[in-house]
Ligand binder design. Structure first.
Ligand code: GTP
Ligand code: SPV
Ligand code: MN
Length: 585
């Protein structure tokens, strides 16, 4: 008798009509074979899926070029199909589940003809964590199969774990014909099912990541009393050897991966990486907030990554070959056969092919060789500062929650909220300038509460209420802090040096949680005075630091007005407590 899993795979194959079906076991040997298929026989758009990079300087590394229209998340083609529109909320595109399935059935008919259908069994979360979820994704491209082995705990043990159960998370993925008109990423939260067609890029195609671990998991979290968040998890070790764990949410391409493994500029401090993108958090029996990272890999933005900005990432990329390292849409140094991107160490190479494989002229000022959203995929186990708690199924206890965004003006370098409710309010009204991580105009200010606007799988009014409830379940909720590394001066230059220097802000934050650092009260929260921050050896003029820490109530009017309009969208789903905070001003 076939198991529900086998039956489901057969059914999906009946629709997609692949040439063959291949069940992945997660071994290194198998990964090599799949890479080989991507180097030779499998084609996308007439080109091989992978190009092998320099074996001696970049061992086990492969370049993948996705379709030029398929280089980032596509929020306008992403739907959350709850039975009713209100549950999806004004923050999601919605289609009735039946209509969505009919549409996708038509688009998926025969979509894998001539291709292999890979069956990928994987866990999100450590298998011993009560929050871990057994999942199976189908895909028709080696790039996704290899990526999923890096990003998740993939292996045949998961098939045994699922056994005869119906209870597994399903993902159907096909690149289809990559026609943007026929591209959809549809979520069916009540069925733990994601159906994605027409894209081979990142969060559109690696269905365990944003689709399941945020959009669907956030919905599970609402029903079951926990949180799925777009957050890094780090341990901050002080010179006495004490480690304080914090989580931080920043919108896409706003500095999570960099913060997750920063090399501190203050001697004696160390950062330990638990996660760089997603945190699942629950209130433990001790009344504290605990966090796990459901992923096992890093899918990081390449441009700007160097030994100067993020040395631990550079080391991660070259740290081993058990898991390959993938480069997606970077440029290629054609003489050395090495990946290249703007901001990489060393001089600009002479012979560069851009992210589409075309000869690139570096004198052409406005053209970038690497796509601004080009990325690498690498195993977190290769990170030299991976936390020893990374594999602890219980997770780590959280002492502070940090929210941030990319703001040229207004938002101070750091501040602390007055308490949980005020912190939830301040996170709910957050805004950030948009980036190349999604296909839309870049640099426009939009409201992005908790950095979750593209990822909350249900009505965000209810989500805010859920955050308030979680706070009530805790004995002594963590402090809620806000950061902004991205203020610019009149010349458009970043005022704050960022990266390794961000430890100075983390130090203030953990000292606030220990009541060892001072602050002054302002209408928006508690802001450090320049003397409250460790500035020894910092190369920022005093008046610039003061500017970064300024709160000018008059300047906040537009921000408040904009936030008010945003809150109104959620109508009666908006918790009264947040309007109460809003009206305090
Ligand atoms: P996603 O993977 O899309 O969720 O992005 P992320 O939040 O992990 O962002 P990431 O750390 O990859 O950084 C995105 C961009 O911001 C990169 O180009 C970084 O170089 C830049 N960046 C990160 N931290 C800082 C900082 O402290 N200061 C400045 N100026 N730029 C930064
Ligand atoms: C993001 O956009 O927040 C990412 C990349 O981390 S993706 O997985 O494509 O969503
Ligand atoms: Mn992200």
């Amino acid at each position: 008798m076939a198991t529900p899993l086998e039956r489901w795979v057969e059914e999906q194959a009946g629709l997609a009509e692949p040439e063959s079906i291949y069940w992945c076991d997660g071994t290194e040997e198998e990964a090599r074979k799949i890479v080989e298929a991507g180097l030779t026989k499998e084609k996308i758009n007439g080109h091989s899926v992978f190009h092998e990079l320099n074996r001696s300087s970049f061992p086990g590394s492969y370049l993948h070029r996705s379709h030029p229209t398929d280089v980032a998340r596509t929020e306008h083609l992403t739907y959350v199909c709850h039975p009713d529109k209100v549950t999806a909320g004004p923050n999601n595109n919605w289609m009735p589940p039946l209509e969505a399935k009919e549409k996708l059935s038509r688009l998926s008919k025969g979509c894998m003809r001539g291709r292999t259908m890979y069956v990928l069994p994987y866990m999100m979360g450590h298998p011993d964590s009560p929050y871990a979820k057994a999942c199976v994704q189908l895909t028709d491209i080696s790039y996704v199969a290899v990526s999923m082995r890096i990003m998740t705990r993939l292996g045949k043990g998961v098939v045994r774990k699922i056994g005869g159960s119906e209870n597994f998370v399903r993902g159907f993925h096909s690149v289809g014909d990559l026609d943007p008109e026929k591209r959809f990423i549809m979520h069916f939260p009540d069925e733990n099912f994601v159906w994605s067609i027409g894209s081979g890029y990142g969060g559109n195609a690696l269905l365990g990541k944003k689709c399941f671990s945020l959009r669907i998991a956030s919905w599970l979290g609402l029903k079951e009393g926990w949180l799925a968040e777009h957050m890094i998890i780090i341990g901050i070790e002080d010179p006495e050897g004490r480690i304080t764990y914090v989580v931080a949410a920043l919108p896409s391409a706003c500095g999570k991966t960099n913060l997750a493994m920063l090399q501190p500029s203050i001697p004696g401090y160390k950062i330990w990486t638990v996660g760089d993108d997603i945190a699942w958090m629950n209130v433990g029996p001790d009344g504290r907030l605990w966090a796990i990272n459901p992923e096992t890999g890093l899918f990081g933005v390449a441009p700007g990554t160097s030994l100067k900005t993020n040395p631990n990432m550079v080391r991660t990329l070259k740290a081993g070959t058990f898991y390959p390292t993938l480069y997606t849409n970077t440029a290629l140094d054609a003489d050395r056969n090495e990946p290249w991107w703007e901001g990489r160490d060393g001089p600009v190479p002479e012979n560069v092919l851009d992210w589409q494989g075309r000869r690139w002229d570096h004198l052409q000022q406005d053209s970038k060789a690497a796509h601004p959203n080009s990325r690498f995929t690498a195993a977190i186990s290769q990170c030299p500062v991976v936390s020893r708690e990374f594999n602890n199924p219980k997770g780590v206890p959280i002492s502070a929650i940090i929210f941030g965004g990319r703001r040229t003006e207004l938002i101070p370098l750091v501040y602390e909220s007055f308490g949980w409710q005020h912190g939830v309010f301040s996170a709910a009204r957050m805004g950030s300038e948009t980036t190349a991580a999604a296909i839309h105009s870049i640099g426009a200010l939009r409201r992005d509460p908790m950095a979750m606007i593209p990822f909350c799988g249900y009505n965000m009014g209810d989500y805010f209420g859920h955050w308030l409830d979680i706070g009530k379940k805790m004995k002594d909720p963590p402090g809620i802090f806000f950061i902004n590394w991205f203020r610019r001066d009149e010349d458009g230059k970043f005022i704050w040096p960022g990266f390794g220097e961000n430890i100075r802000i983390l130090k203030w934050i953990i000292n606030r949680t220990n009541r060892k650092a001072g602050a002054r009260e302002t209408p928006i929260g508690l802001v450090p005075r320049p003397g409250d921050i460790d500035t020894r050896g910092l190369d920022v003029p005093a008046e610039k630091l003061e500017e970064l820490l300024e709160v000018n109530p008059g300047e906040w009017d537009r921000e408040t007005e904009d936030a008010g309009k945003f809150f109104e969208k959620f109508g009666d789903r908006m918790p009264a407590e947040l309007w109460e905070e809003f009206n305090k001003k």
